[in-house]
Design a binder for this molecule. Structure first.
Ligand code: GDP
Length: 445
């Protein structure tokens, strides 16, 4: 997430950390670099000014210069202020109304509106056991209603039957009536988008709002479109009123400006974020966790949460405990590989690991740890003796040859796996150290 911003801030902070003592001039110079990094990431100028000012006040107030680890104090202050800029606390969907609760999805064409409609419906159905009805109000694009119907089939969520020629307000009314009659909890209204904001679109959305009285009006905004996304949100908020933002394409190489300015400029909370094209790639937006990810401090909480969704909680707790202790043997690597097989996609996990810079991350992504590789690695691990798995340092040349033979792989592959384990173990140590220094506080609430 926001790789280039992460890299820039990382190098500013590396410099700070390397110095024992800091002078006020050092802090001022570092903040100047932070300011440039944020502007380059396309964060709105007033937001950047306000941010730097707040960090400065905090830094002076907290006697950073006299502290034992001044560099880290500054980073912590930046982390907390970043989280504050993003909105401090996570704000969830508010569906506490007499059912059916209507969620109206608005936004420009191509922002990910229909995909997000399906993602939210899937999540409400599967995780919250809600009965959801989806309806597309996009009568301009001939295929739009059909697109939602197909997605509905994929995720086993009902869509309102399509009546050719019916207009948006009428569809919205019919959706709400159908939901009330048939006992649905939630109605998702996927409104039509446009390539740009125009009066006609605003009038249409406002008319649907008046007819359907949504509990939530969510703007879907593409993180890759920078300040444009913020301007679109601002206009929608003024014209129709928003209750929240869904930020999509957070998995791409967006610079971060849209996400970082959104709350400050519009006053609207980012409630959810899309992190991929697949229909389960939707996450709650937690400002403090996102701030920690931007500062490369990782996001252990989301990592463990994601893990626990996919394998037994017990395993997740064991892994979390191991991370805390900084201990990680080949058995742990084995269970992690098995979990990875279930969780699909290494890259989504990599973004959450602390202490990884963009370069390292890219290397790991390029390594393409796909399913067949995972299978071979598991074969290597099962050809080891229990002692070898617990104490990998005993695995010298002769044992490596035996393990390669036993698993039908090569010595190179065995070497690679052992190296990978060493890297992981080193990373766990790093996490543990960071935890001890209290640097993870932002991410561990
Ligand atoms: P709409 O015109 O606003 O309804 O946009 P769509 O929902 O049709 O999405 C446009 C494209 O963006 C599709 O190819 C989606 O798969 C893709 N998309 C939507 N959300 C995300 C996301 O969070 N990450 C990525 N990588 N792609 C997304």
């Amino acid at each position: 997430m926001f790789d280039s911003l992460q890299e820039r801030l990382g190098s500013v902070f590396d410099k700070l950390k390397r110095r024992g003592a800091l002078s006020e001039a050092d802090v001022t110079a570092a903040l100047r670099e932070v300011r440039v990094a944020l502007l380059e990431a396309d964060v709105a100028l007033p937001v950047v000014k306000d941010f730097v000012e707040k960090v400065k006040v905090e830094a002076v107030g907290q006697n950073v210069l006299k502290s034992v680890t001044p560099g880290q104090m500054v980073i912590k202050i930046v982390n907390d202020q970043l989280a504050a800029m993003l909105g401090a606390d996570h704000v969830g969907l508010n569906l506490q109304v007499t059912p059916p609760a209507v969620i109206m999805m608005v936004g420009l064409q191509g922002s990910g509106k229909t995909t997000s409609t399906a993602k939210i419906s899937k999540r409400l159905t599967e995780k919250e056991r809600k009965k959801v009805l989806m309806a597309s109000l996009d009568v301009r694009r001939p295929a739009a209603q059909e697109q939602l119907r197909v997605l509905g089939e994929q995720i086993a969520v009902r869509t309102l039957n399509i009546v050719p020629g019916e207009q948006p307000v009428a569809i919205a009314k019919r959706a709400v009536q159908t939901a009330a009659l048939e006992g649905f909890d939630v109605v998702m209204l996927d409104t039509a988008g446009r390539l740009a904001i125009d009066e006609e679109l605003m009038a249409e959305v406002a008319a649907v709002r008046d007819a359907a009285k949504p509990a939530e009006t969510l703007l879907v905004a593409d993180a890759m479109t920078g300040q444009d996304a913020v301007n679109v949100a601002d206009t929608f908020n003024q014209k129709v009123g928003l209750t929240g933002i869904v930020m999509t394409r957070m998995d791409g190489d967006a610079r971060g400006g849209a996400t970082l300015s959104m709350r400050a400029v519009t006053g609207c909370p980012i409630k959810l974020m899309g992190v991929g094209e697949k229909l389960d790639e939707l996450e709650d937006f937690h400002p403090s966790r996102v701030a920690s990810r931007i500062l490369g401090m990782g996001d252990i909480v989301s990592l463990v949460e994601k893990a626990s969704e996919n394998f037994e909680l017990e395993e997740a707790e064991k892994l979390a405990a191991k991370i805390q202790k900084g201990k990680f043997d080949l058995n742990d690597l084995g269970s992690q590989l098995k979990q990875m097989q279930k969780m699909g996609g290494l890259s989504s996990l990599m973004n959450m690991l602390p202490g990884m810079n963009a370069g390292q991350m890219k290397k790991l992504k390029d390594a393409k740890l796909d399913d067949s590789i995972i299978k071979r690695q598991l074969a290597i691990l099962s050809s080891m003796t229990p002692l070898e798995r617990e104490k990998p340092e005993v695995i010298k040349a002769k044992r490596r040859t035996r393990i390669a033979g036993g698993s039908g792989t090569s010595v190179q592959e065995v070497n690679k796996l052992l190296k990978q384990h060493q890297e992981a173990a080193r990373m766990m140590k790093k996490v543990q150290k960071m935890g001890k220094k209290g640097m993870m506080r932002g991410g561990l609430q």
